[in-house]
Design a protein around this ligand. Structure first.
Ligand code: RP5
Length: 202
């Protein structure tokens, strides 16, 4: 399949119903999206979406990686979640899963999909401020690993970068974009040093 195919053609080629989620790429969302999705970005509720958009945006704008975005709740509709995760398009190489509270979603996906790496993002939520989600994800028993990121915004961005690194294993163009991203970060330190004397003088 050609990368430039629009979203509806991608859907048709992948035999993907709208219940499978929303395609997102650099070019746009839904019918405006282009390319096969390489990353599934899933979450327990659309209340997690503002956080997970940080992962989606770094994937599409920094690395040009199309993704599929999908809600999967393992405490409201476990059967639908199993159905979705077992029927992902074959182009999906990595899963990013976000949840708050007693966060079972990433671990459940790690069990359902022995073939895919799963990255967990704990959401800062409720009385325990994400510590509950962090521990639920990181303390997976032996055999179903979840690569757990930091709680909240940094974790969502890092999940996008980590997913890009997984995709880059088989895609030299993504490796180059990761290098370019690292160079931008170095530039930030250089600029901070250039203006440091003025800031100290006040
Ligand atoms: C989890 O419960 C979701 O991932 C979300 O973080 C949390 C609260 O969901 P809502 O009550 O906001 O839908 O399953």
């Amino acid at each position: 399949m050609q990368q430039e195919q629009p979203g509806e053609n991608v859907r048709a080629a992948l035999n993907l119903g709208h219940e499978h989620g929303v395609l997102v790429s650099t070019e746009g969302v839904g019918e405006a999206a282009r390319g096969e999705p390489k990353v599934l970005v899933t979450m327990g509720s659309d209340s997690d979406l503002p956080l997970m958009m940080k992962a989606v945006d770094i994937l599409r704008y920094e690395f040009g990686i199309p993704c599929l975005v999908q809600i999967n709740s393992v405490h409201r509709d476990l059967r639908a979640a199993v159905q979705h995760i077992e029927n992902l398009p074959a182009s999906i190489q990595v899963v990013i899963a976000c949840a708050g509270g007693a966060a079972h979603l990433p671990g459940n996906i790690a069990d359902l999909r022995a073939d895919l790496p799963v990255i967990g993002v704990p959401r800062d939520l409720g009385a325990l401020k994400g510590i509950d989600a962090l521990l639920s994800m990181v303390q997976m028993p032996e055999g179903a690993p979840v690569a757990v990121m930091a709680i909240g915004d940094a974790g969502a961005v890092n999940a996008g970068i980590h997913a890009a690194k997984e995709v880059a294993i088989g895609d030299p163009a993504i490796r180059e974009r990761l290098q370019a991203y690292a160079e931008k970060r170095k530039g930030k330190v250089r600029r901070q040093n250039e203006t440091l004397e003025e800031k100290i003088k006040g």
